[in-house]
Design a protein around this ligand. Structure first.
Ligand code: CO
Length: 178
């Protein structure tokens, strides 16, 4: 397991980002330690949320701090959305795994989330507005879904050159050096 300092965020098109993540069987000290390391990586890269597959860990866990305030840190294990409002809204989203890619994503404005906290205790929370959007973005990651999948056809064509560039960079990086 990597130390806290060198937890790096994997970028598109890493296959782990497309794999549905596995449930966490038990919330133990190792899970807590990794969640702490994920917060550190999220703050380092100036994000508001981070899902475990983004640190190459295919597990159903995400962390978020939607406001950036010290008291607004949340870590959720095995999250399930049990209710979504009919009201939806579109807003621009980015992703730490997709640098320089932004686009509008439509999502329900409010959700109810069932999950476990870092003590393994069952929790149920109602989220509204930006926190609801962040949570839905991160839960998408646990199902292998990225924001680019939710962009309009027009936005997809706009960002395709950037995605192609990232795929080519990844392919070049994977090749043995001469
Ligand atoms: Co993301």
């Amino acid at each position: 397991m990597r130390g806290m300092e060198d937890l790096f965020i994997v970028k598109y098109p890493a296959p782990v980002l497309r794999r549905p993540a596995a449930r966490i069987a038990a919330v133990d000290e190792q899970v807590r330690e990794r969640a702490r390391a994920m917060f550190a990586a999220m703050y380092r890269d100036k994000g508001v949320g981070l899902a475990a597959p983004q640190v190459d860990w295919s597990a159903r866990l995400f962390v978020m701090n939607p406001s950036g305030e010290p008291g607004d840190e949340h870590a959720y294990e095995n999250p399930e959305i049990t209710w979504r409002s009919k009201e939806k809204a579109k807003a621009s989203e980015g992703c730490l795994s997709l640098p320089d890619v932004n686009g509008k994503v439509e999502r329900p404005v409010k959700i109810r989330l069932s999950a476990q906290d870092l003590e393994g205790k069952a929790v149920e929370v109602d989220l509204d507005g930006f926190p609801a959007r962040v949570a839905q973005h991160e839960i998408d990651h646990l199902d292998g879904v990225l924001i680019i999948d939710r962009f309009s056809m027009a936005e997809k064509s706009v960002i395709e050159p950037r995605l192609r560039e990232m795929r080519e960079e990844a392919a070049a990086g994977a090749k043995p050096r001469k």
